[in-house]
Design a binder for this molecule. Structure first.
Ligand code: FPP
Ligand code: MG
Length: 299
């Protein structure tokens, strides 16, 4: 997904993230009893399953836009990928979407069995919070700033964010879902973690409120835009249908909007995201490039 001239998705940046994830997992593995190896294997399987690394890339790019060294936020970027990965492992389970494949490979429960997949998801979520504490290793950040990141991530990945959104996603009666209801679900289920990815660096340096709000506006618009682009991609392939206990279509924009209306909304949100961070100048070019990628992405 390389974009010419952009460093946001450059091979070297993706490698930086992948190397950090692998080094850290290996280091963590060494601190665990060998008897827990099946859990580490399942965590590694999903972490290395071929994801785009969108959320860590966003965190590195937001750090850059604030004049921070992108490398300094790698522990938090890595924590986001852990949480994103756990959410996909659990989302694929028979009790939720009951998906046999993920990224063209057997889903975690198909490969390791349901019990190990549930526990691998639990482990990824728990260890994500341990990862954040590694922000302290560089000596660049104050404990209070690191606690701010913990608070942000708990807020956006838990009941008030992704988990709450997922609850509604799996329990809503889709036959009478309205646009505001679908947006409420998407803002929480998908948008919250994307917003957190953008906001994390704002917790790590003193910043005026106006600047924080510009990152918030960018992250909120991008999170919703990402889910619309996801629904558009799905609508080009097949209907979003849950094989899980609901056995009915999942709530998505295609139920309440035509593809051309969805594209219009996507364009509006991407323009809004880009305009929100324009004032940051050249340092925010990678954030602009990520938004443009979401406008036109094919995967
Ligand atoms: C694809 O991201 C993922 C989404 C669009 C988010 C869907 C949200 C959930 C599955 C929430 C589940 C929550 C719980 C609590 C189970 P991507 O295209 O970045 O994926 P990639 O990593 O494969 O590139
Ligand atoms: Mg799913």
């Amino acid at each position: 997904m390389e974009k010419s001239g952009s460093t946001a998705f450059s091979d070297s940046r993706v490698k930086l993230i992948n190397d950090y994830l692998e080094t850290n997992l290996s280091r963590f593995e060494k601190s665990c009893s060998q008897r827990f190896e099946p859990l580490i294997e399942a965590m590694r399987y999903s972490l290395e399953g071929g994801g785009k690394r969108l959320r860590p890339i966003l965190t590195l790019s937001a750090a850059e836009a604030l004049g921070l060294d992108p490398k300094s936020v790698l522990p938090a970027a890595c924590a986001l990928e852990y949480i994103h990965t756990y959410s996909l492992v659990h989302d694929d389970l028979p009790a939720l979407d009951d998906d046999d494949t993920r990224r063209g490979k057997p889903s975690s429960h198909k490969r390791f069995g349901e019990a190990v997949a549930i526990l691998a998801g639990d482990a990824l979520l728990t260890e994500a919070f341990g990862q954040i504490l590694l922000l302290g290793e560089s000596g660049r950040f104050l404990p209070a700033q690191i606690l701010g990141v913990v608070d942000l991530l708990a807020h956006h990945s838990g009941v008030r964010g992704m988990v709450g959104g997922q609850l509604l996603d799996v329990t809503i009666d889709t036959s009478d879902a309205s646009l505001p209801e679908i947006e409420f679900i998407h803002i929480h289920k998908t948008g919250a973690l994307i917003l957190a990815s953008v906001l994390i660096p704002t917790k790590l340096i003193p910043l005026e409120e106006e600047k924080i709000q510009s990152f918030r506006r960018y992250g909120e618009a991008l999170g919703l835009a990402f889910q619309i682009s996801d629904d558009l991609l799905d609508s080009e392939t097949s209907v979003r249908y849950s094989r899980g206990p609901r056995k009915k279509p999942k709530p998505c924009y295609t139920q309440v909007m035509s593809p051309s209306e969805m594209k219009q909304k996507l364009n509006f949100l991407i323009d809004h995201a880009i305009n929100s961070i324009r004032s940051l100048g050249d340092k925010s070019q990678n954030l602009v490039d990520i938004a443009e990628f979401i406008r036109t992405r094919k995967a």
